[in-house]
Design a protein around this ligand. Structure first.
Ligand SMILES: Nc1ncnc2c1ncn2[C@@H]1O[C@H](COP(=O)(O)OP(=O)(O)OP(=O)(O)O)[C@@H](O)[C@H]1O
Ligand SMILES: N[C@@H](Cc1ccc(O)cc1)C(=O)O
Length: 319
């Protein structure tokens, strides 16, 4: 696959595409980053951004993964000790998913966010940012936002300062981080830093048809067993002939086809026999026309998810 196609596949938005094209054309090894609040479960929604980091790594980018322990703490996700322990486990998952350990820099937020220059930049940005804007930027990110804490207003400002202090060219995330990124793009130049280019992945649906989330029990986690996946997939929302908001089709789009050029959808002879499918578009068309039954789609999703997660589980149990 061509470099440009690899960089731009499976994205919801690039802000801006011209900036990205120029960066790739002019800079030898640009830097891209994703920050993650440490989480009890790394699920296939999180993996969308990991997949994008792998695409960028293969296209010559240097990659930073920020284990955002202080951010999780500020967002009411647990004590600093609890989130740090989760961050260590998450790092192992990210590596097991295929990031190159020699070319990926893992950084803990608490390693640099408490130093003098960093804090001064945070304070400078608090001067530039209205309370209203800080609050709005947290709409899709903050916990318990009906009663937000001051810490959750500092949160987006620190996320912007991360981009400056880590000297990131491209900030990658799910589209839910958009408002924080727009704040960073507009306000960093006011305190003497560059505007980052931003790459946003879509938000993946959970198996019930709404956003996949660790707090909703609607996810496939990277350490789920074969039986877990089989059980969860059986119950998945997958209406016949319906393409829109179909989480099982999304599994093929975002996780299976980026890794397999062609798949075999197994079916008993009496239901038409096996189907060879080369590419997501073909799968979608055949499902929409009724040629593929939801049960057969789910069985294939179970098989390919297991195949895909087998090496990840192996690494996680060996470590
Ligand atoms: N379903 C999803 N699809 C794509 N990206 C996601 C999804 N869920 C989370 N992300 C991305 O992963 C990062 C961490 O998000 P976040 O901590 O909100 O995960 P979460 O599973 O929704 O957690 P929780 O629901 O427990 O708060 C963000 O960059 C976000 O864009
Ligand atoms: N806001 C991100 C976490 C994050 C924190 C700091 C950053 O610099 C980047 C991302 C989330 O919702 O999980």
């Amino acid at each position: 696959m061509e470099q440009e196609e690899l960089i731009k596949r499976n994205l919801q938005e690039i802000v801006t595409e011209e900036e990205l094209d120029e960066l790739v054309a002019t800079k030898n090894r640009p830097t891209a980053y994703v920050g993650y609040e440490p989480s009890g479960k790394i699920h296939m929604g999180h993996v969308l951004t990991v997949n994008k980091l792998i695409d960028l790594q293969r296209s010559g980018f240097d990659i930073i993964v920020l284990l955002a322990d202080i951010h999780a703490y500020l967002n009411q996700k647990g004590s600093l000790e609890e989130v740090r322990e989760l961050a260590e486990q998450n790092k192992r998952c990210f590596l097991a998913l295929g990031l190159d350990p020699d070319k990926t820099k893992f950084v803990f937020g608490s390693d640099f966010q408490l130093n003098h220059d960093y804090m001064l930049n945070v304070l400078k940005l608090t001067q530039e940012t209205s309370l209203n804007r800080a609050k709005r930027s947290m709409d899709e990110v903050g916990r318990k936002m009906d009663d937000p804490k001051v810490s959750q207003m500092v949160y987006p400002i620190m996320q912007a300062v991360d981009i400056a202090m880590l000297e990131v060219d491209v900030a990658v995330s799910g589209i839910d981080q958009r408002k924080i990124h727009m704040l960073a793009r507009e306000e960093l130049p006011d305190v003497g830093y560059r505007s980052p280019t931003c790459i946003h992945t879509p938000i993946m649906l959970g198996l019930d048809g709404v956003k996949m989330s660790s707090s909703k029990e609607n996810y496939i986690s990277v350490d789920d067993t074969e039986d877990d996946i089989k059980r969860k997939m059986k119950k998945a929302y997958c209406p016949a002939e319906t393409v829109e908001d179909n989480p099982v089709l999304e599994i093929f789009k975002y996780h299976v086809f980026p890794r397999y050029d062609e798949i075999t959808l197994k079916r008993p002879e009496k239901f038409g026999g096996n189907l060879e499918i080369s590419g997501y578009q073909e799968l979608e068309e055949q499902f929409a026309s009724g040629e593929i039954h939801p049960m057969d789609l789910k069985n294939a999703a179970t098989e390919y998810m297991n195949d895909l997660l087998k090496p990840v589980r192996k690494i996680l149990t060996e470590a």
